[in-house]
Design a protein around this ligand. Structure first.
Ligand code: DP6
Length: 320
């Protein structure tokens, strides 16, 4: 009763922020994301009647803080009367730092756990399971450009573009590798209760989704850039106006944004997006990647750069 899966994190261009049902963890808005092929989480899950508790190792180190959420995910997939499990996770990027590590981790966990108990692959079921633990994780069940939509009591994911059809690049400027001060789950619940902009955020999501979907279908980079930056800044405005305010950016985040705006002025095809952390993700065309990387690396406070193309769905063709 053991299986291994690899999954990639995804970053949203049209963001999920807020829940319509906190118990089922259903998102309040639809979202659209890019699956990053260069970043990954490998997850090994083994169940045994000889274990007397669940045990989680992240990059070889025993981890307690994340264990309850992992156990909850296994209960959901396998059932509460299951054997205990040993879960080993390896990740090639900083975790809990706004780089969507929960999306790759929980999607990989759902795939590995289902495989370990010999369940037939069912992407929409896996997405619903992953999403009920971490909303963004559902989108990592597919590669390329993915949209997540709300249906009456669940979610649906759909691939809008295969990775190869529109091979975008993402240059990530890491400005702080530490764990974020407040989890996105907690922060978005606070936002829904206290930001005066929250209702406007929810109301204006469908036009952004429509515009982004059309831009992807037409491979219209400029249109995708405009709607993605707008949507990102709207989400951060909701965060900033939450009580107490949630500000994930640091000085380098803002300096990177200005640098990318300058590059846009000089004709580079690039746009930024940021999530629940201070890292900047610059989405560009592959031919612009080297210049974007060089410029971001020069900025004070940028501690490292990661690059990624778009990637595929989770795979089980790996070893750990
Ligand atoms: C800012 O998926 O981490 O990255 O469902 O509570 O686990 P939970 O939240 P999570 O939130 C992601 C928020 C975001 C935007 C996005 O990925 O769409």
């Amino acid at each position: 009763m053991q299986a291994i899966a690899q999954s990639h994190p995804n970053i949203a261009l049209i963001k999920y922020w807020g829940k319509r049902d906190a118990v089922k963890n259903l998102p309040a808005v639809d979202s659209l994301s890019l699956t990053l092929g260069g970043l990954w989480t490998n997850m090994k899950v083994g169940f045994s009647s000889n274990f007397n508790r669940d045990e989680l190792l992240i990059n070889g180190v025993k981890d307690e803080p994340n264990l309850s959420r992992v156990s909850q995910c296994l209960d959901l997939v396998v059932g509460k009367n299951r054997d205990f499990a040993r879960i080993e996770s390896e990740c090639n990027f900083p975790i809990s730092a706004g780089l969507a590590s929960s999306s790759s981790s929980f999607s990989a966990l759902v795939v590995a756990a289902n495989m370990a108990i010999n369940k037939k692959s069912d992407i929409q079921l896996f997405a619903a399971q992953a999403g009920s633990i971490s909303g963004s994780a559902a989108r990592s069940l597919m590669g390329g450009i993915v949209e997540l939509t709300n249906t009456s009591n669940t979610i649906k994911i759909k691939q809008l573009s295969k990775a190869k059809r529109w091979p975008l690049s993402v240059v990530i400027a890491i400005t702080d590798k530490n764990k974020k001060s407040i989890s996105s789950s907690r922060a978005m619940n606070l936002s829904s209760r206290s930001s005066p902009f929250y209702s406007a955020w929810i109301e204006n999501q469908s036009p952004d989704m429509k515009e982004a979907r059309l831009a992807v279908i037409n491979k219209d980079f400029e249109k995708l850039a405009a709607v993605s930056e707008h949507n990102c800044l709207k989400m951060h405005s909701v965060m900033w106006t939450t009580k107490p305010s949630v500000v994930y950016w640091n000085a380098a985040t803002l300096n990177c944004m200005h640098a990318l705006r300058d590059l846009q002025q000089s004709g580079e095809s690039v746009f930024f997006t940021m999530d629940a952390g201070p890292q900047i993700k610059a989405v560009c065309l592959p031919e612009n990647e080297a210049r974007i990387e060089k410029r971001l690396a020069e900025i004070d406070g940028v501690v490292s750069i990661m690059k990624s193309g778009l990637g595929g769905a989770p795979s089980s063709d790996i070893s750990l």
